[in-house]
Design a protein around this ligand. Structure first.
Ligand code: SAH
Length: 397
């Protein structure tokens, strides 16, 4: 059995740990982690050396390691990882069998019993993401698990453990075959162009599947749609397929233009009939107000934090103001889809931003629907912050 390094829990957090809270951070342990190697197996104990749980060390943005098992006899080894992978796959068989949807999350970190590792599925290709060097130390076990449990066409990886959790730029191919890119996958019948070996982002954020479907099926017919922070235009494509009169996609990144054209084109939509604008969203709002533009559906999906030439946007500080801008250019009876992946505030707080934004613009509203992470992005009830996604469909009355 591998040696387990003993670390002591901060007494204030013992109960939380015993109930299954999975994240180790500097505040909730009293042992210094300075001499602990990444990937070492840790045994968390109380003041009397009583066993609480086992885990591993891995420095991430949000902690210094993850707890994995609350059974003293259980080893953290290949079998352990194999069992976690198998359980995760079994819970997602309906996704594997689906003909309409060929892209989804297979393994969601701590939600599936192993924090620091996620695995996504793209039509036979697996993308493993490692969120710390410690997590990466389990690479061989994870790869063996995938070899035995799946008939993958190929495996790619992203190491998200450069400075501040940034992506390590390198060839992301691990084994199997390399597809020609873009790899075309489907989500509820809609195609996505996926690039597994082209930087940190692959072309789609899988956690918005339900929101995209809802927009297509119930909110787009005959509507003028503005999609801000649009990236590859995924929401715009779903809106267009749902019968939108016209879509306008706005993103600052140059790459968004060609990516959005591609996304429309592979779905048989004439991109020239849509507006694709490479610009700062905040500048676009000013332009829209000046030109008296208005929309029936406005989608807001900003990053949690972004710095452009003129603006620093932080969702926690600035979401309310972003909403105010959106409210101004939304028609009465129109809908704002407000989304955030910021994990530092919860839905209640998010709703308070909505409330204040409408109050300050003297407008009335009604929240029609709310979404959080879909089922393949499994989360733990003991660790609520991991359910980071918050989406509200808001009608301006
Ligand atoms: N809504 C997208 C994902 C958004 S990712 C989707 O569903 O796929 C965040 C995007 O915001 C990135 O593409 C980034 O280029 C863009 N972005 C960040 N700051 C911006 C700004 N000030 N104006 C416009 N786009 C911005």
């Amino acid at each position: 059995m591998t040696k387990e390094r003993i670390i002591k829990a901060n007494p204030k957090y013992i109960q939380q740990f015993q109930k299954g809270f999975p994240l180790l951070n500097k505040e909730n342990v009293t042992t210094s982690i300075e001499n602990i190697k990444e990937g070492e197996v840790l045994k968390l104990v109380d003041n009397n050396n009583g066993f609480i749980a086992k885990g591993y060390s891995g420095i991430q943005n949000k902690g210094i390691g993850w707890l994995l098992s609350w059974k003293e006899q259980e080893a953290i080894d290949k079998d352990f990882i194999f069992k976690k992978l198998q359980a995760a796959i079994n819970q997602r068989l309906h996704f594997f069998y689906s003909e309409d949807t060929t892209a989804f999350r297979v393994f969601n970190g701590e939600g599936d019993g192993f924090g620091g590792i996620t695995i996504d599925y793209f039509d036979g290709y697996y993308l493993v993401q490692w969120y710390s060097k410690g997590a990466y130390a389990f690479k061989e076990e994870v790869m063996q698990g995938l070899r035995e449990l799946t008939d993958y066409k190929g495996i790619y990886q992203k190491k998200r453990f450069a400075q501040e959790g940034k992506y390590v730029e390198e060839d992301d191919f691990v084994e199997g075959t390399r597809p020609s890119f873009p790899l075309l996958v489907k989500e509820n019948g809609v195609q996505f162009a996926i690039y597994l070996n082209d930087g940190a982002m692959v072309g789609v954020f899988l956690d918005q599947r339900e929101v995209r479907k809802r927009i297509r099926d119930s909110y787009s017919e005959g509507k003028r749609v503005l999609n801000t922070f649009s990236y590859t235009g995924a929401f715009s494509v779903f809106a267009a397929l749902g019968g939108a009169l016209e879509t306008t996609s706005v993103d600052l990144a140059n790459r968004s233009l060609s990516k959005t054209i591609e996304q429309f084109s592979i779905n048989g939509i004439d991109y020239e009939a849509q507006n694709i604008i490479v610009e700062d969203v905040f500048k676009y709002f000013k332009y829209a107000v000046k030109k008296e533009l208005s929309f029936d559906l406005v989608i807001l999906d900003p990053p949690s934090f972004a710095r452009s030439k003129k603006h620093t946007f932080s969702a926690a500080k600035d979401y309310k103001d972003l909403l105010k801008e959106a409210i101004t250019i939304t028609e009465k009876k129109g809908t704002i889809v407000a989304s955030t992946n910021c994990s530092t505030f919860n839905m209640k707080k998010f709703k308070s931003f909505i409330e204040t934004a409408f109050k300050e613009t003297n407008e009335k509203y009604k929240i029609l629907e709310e979404y959080t992470l879909p089922e393949d992005f499994k989360t733990l009830s003991q660790y609520k912050q991991s359910d980071y996604l918050k989406v509200a469909f808001i009608q301006k009355l």
